[in-house]
Design a protein around this ligand. Structure first.
Ligand code: HEC
Ligand code: HEC
Length: 374
C-alpha cells in the first residue's frame, strides 16, 4: 500500500461522510470487518487479502458503480440494474442493457454479497471481483468489446487517474477497477430488520401475524430448509420448478457443473429486502409475494430434477437414482410428484406478513454521486 496523501484522504473522507452512516476504515489502512448491522454474521464477512476495504477505495468504487461511461455508449451503469430505488435490483422481469437489449434473467439484489460465496444465479463467478468483469463486456449489459477497452476508457478520463493512483499506487488497470467496485459492494448490506430485532430478544419487534408467519416459514411451509441462516439462504442451488412450463428451459447450475442433478437449479436468493425487489425468480416470472406463496403452496411445477425438499413425500433411494441419475432421462414421464403445502388463506397472509418484516438498513447510503471525474 502506498503512503497516504493526507489532504486527499481528508477530502475523500469528508465526501464519504456525506453518504455513509458509519465511516468504514480510515484512509488506506487495512483492518478487519466493518461494523455490520444487527443480525448479519461478522464471521461471514470476507475480503481478499489483496483487496482490503478502505474509505477511499469505497468512494472510488461508488463513482465507478454509478458511472455510465463504463458502458460502450455511455448509457448503462451497474446502478442501472442494481438501483437503490428497487432494493438494489431493477424492477424488471429481465434486465434491459445497452440499446434496450434483454437477457434471459432477472437482476438479483446485490445486498449482503460480502460473504465469500459464489455469485450469479448459477454461481459461475467465485468472487465479487470476478463477477464485476461479467456485465462490463456482456453484449446484453454494458457492451464493452473487451476488458482492455474498459481500462482504456476509464484511463482516458483524466479525473480518475489521481484517485486510482492514491488508492492502488499504480496505473489504472482492470483488476483495480473491479477491486474498487467490489469494495463498494461490500458496504451494501441489510440487517437490523424487525426479524433481527425479534431474534435479538425484542418480542415486540414483530406483529402477531408476522410471528405466525415466521412459525410457518420454519414449520409447515418448510421455507427455512433452503432460506436458512442469517441471510435467509443456504447459498446452495436447487430446482424449484420455476420456468419448467416454458421452452427452452434455463439449465441453470447444470451449465457450470455438468452434473445432472444441477439441471434447472439456481442459487437460493436472500429474502432480505424482498418486498422491494419484485418481480421474483431467476426469470422474473412471478410478479408479487402473494403469487410466490401461491406457487410454493399449490403451484410448484413438477419436473425430473425438482428439489427433494419439494417432492412427495421423501423419495426412496431407488427413485432418487432413477429421477436424478441421468440427464438423458430428461422428459415429462419422469416428473417428480410435488408435495403440496396447501396453506390456508390466513396462513398465506401470515407468511407474506413475515416476508415484509425482512426489510432493514445498511444500504440506504447508496446514492448517485453528484459529480463524476472528467
Ligand atoms: C443490464 C443490467 C445489468 C447491469 C448493467 C449489471 N448487472 Fe449485475 N446482474 C444483472 C443480472 C441480470 C444478474 C443475474 C445474471 C445471472 O445470474 O446470470 C446480475 C447479477 C449480479 C450479481 C450477482 C448477485 C448474486 O446474488 O449472485 C452481482 C454482484 C452484480 N450483478 C453486480 C453488478 C456490477 C458490479 C455491475 C457493474 C459492473 C453490474 N452488476 C451490472 C443485471 C445487470
Ligand atoms: C428447495 C429449496 C427451497 C425451498 C424449500 C424454498 N425456497 Fe424459495 N427459493 C429457492 C430457490 C432456489 C429460489 C430461486 C429459484 C429460481 O429462480 O428458479 C427461490 C426463490 C424464492 C423467492 C424469490 C426471491 C427473488 O429474489 O427472486 C422467494 C420470495 C422465496 N423463494 C420464498 C420462499 C418461501 C416463502 C418459501 C416457503 C414457502 C420458500 N421460498 C421455500 C429455494 C427454496
Amino acid at each position: 500500500m502506498m503512503p497516504l496523501n493526507r489532504e486527499v484522504f481528508a477530502m475523500l473522507f469528508a465526501l464519504s461522510a456525506l453518504w455513509t452512516p458509519r465511516p468504514l476504515l480510515a484512509g488506506n489502512e487495512a483492518a478487519s470487518a466493518p461494523p455490520l448491522p444487527l443480525g448479519l454474521e461478522a464471521a461471514a464477512y470476507f475480503e481478499p487479502a489483496d483487496n482490503p476495504v478502505t474509505t477511499a477505495k469505497v468512494e472510488l468504487g461508488r463513482l465507478l458503480f454509478f458511472d455510465r461511461r463504463l458502458s460502450a455508449n455511455d448509457s448503462i451503469a451497474c446502478a442501472s440494474c442494481h438501483s437503490p430505488a428497487h432494493g438494489l435490483s431493477d424492477g424488471l422481469k429481465v434486465s434491459s442493457g445497452i440499446q434496450g437489449r434483454r437477457g434471459g434473467r432477472n437482476a438479483p439484489t446485490i445486498i449482503n454479497r460480502f460473504s465469500n460465496s459464489s455469485q450469479f444465479w448459477d454461481g459461475r463467478a467465485a468472487s465479487l471481483e470476478a463477477q464485476a468483469k461479467g456485465p462490463l463486456t456482456s453484449p446484453l449489459e454494458m457492451g464493452m468489446p473487451d476488458l482492455a477497452a474498459v481500462t482504456k476508457k476509464v484511463a482516458s478520463i483524466g479525473g480518475y487517474r489521481k484517485p486510482f493512483r492514491e488508492v492502488f499506487g499504480r496505473d489504472i488497470n482492470i483488476d483495480d477497477i473491479v477491486r474498487a467496485i467490489a469494495s463498494y459492494e461490500r458496504t451494501i448490506v441489510s440487517g437490523n430488520s424487525r426479524w433481527d430485532r425479534f431474534n435479538a430478544g425484542d418480542r415486540e419487534a414483530m406483529t402477531e401475524a408476522e410471528q405466525r408467519g415466521l412459525a410457518l416459514f420454519t414449520g409447515k411451509a418448510r421455507c427455512s430448509q433452503c432460506h436458512s441462516g442469517w441471510n435467509l439462504t443456504d447459498e446452495k442451488f436447487h430446482n424449484i420448478g420455476v420456468g419448467w412450463d416454458k421452452q427452452p428451459v434455463d439449465e441453470g447450475r447444470f451449465a457450470i457443473t455438468g452434473r445432472a442433478r444441477d439441471t434447472g437449479a439456481f442459487k437460493t436468493p436472500t429474502l432480505r429486502e424482498i418486498a422491494r425487489t419484485a418481480p421474483y425468480m431467476h426469470d422474473g416470472s412471478i410478479g408479487t409475494l402473494g403469487e410466490v406463496v401461491d406457487y410454493y403452496s399449490d403451484g410448484v411445477i413438477s419436473n425430473p430434477f425438482l428439489a427433494v425438499e419439494l417432492a412427495r413425500p421423501a423419495l426412496s433411494l431407488e427413485e432418487t437414482i432413477r429421477l436424478y441419475g441421468e440427464r438423458s432421462k430428461l422428459g415429462r414421464e419422469v416428473a417428480v410428484p410435488v408435495k403440496e403445502l396447501n396453506l390456508t388463506k390466513g396462513e398465506k397472509a401470515d407468511l407474506i406478513a413475515f416476508l415484509h418484516a425482512l426489510g432493514g438498513e445498511g444500504w440506504q447510503h447508496v446514492r448517485e454521486p453528484r459529480a463524476f471525474p472528467d
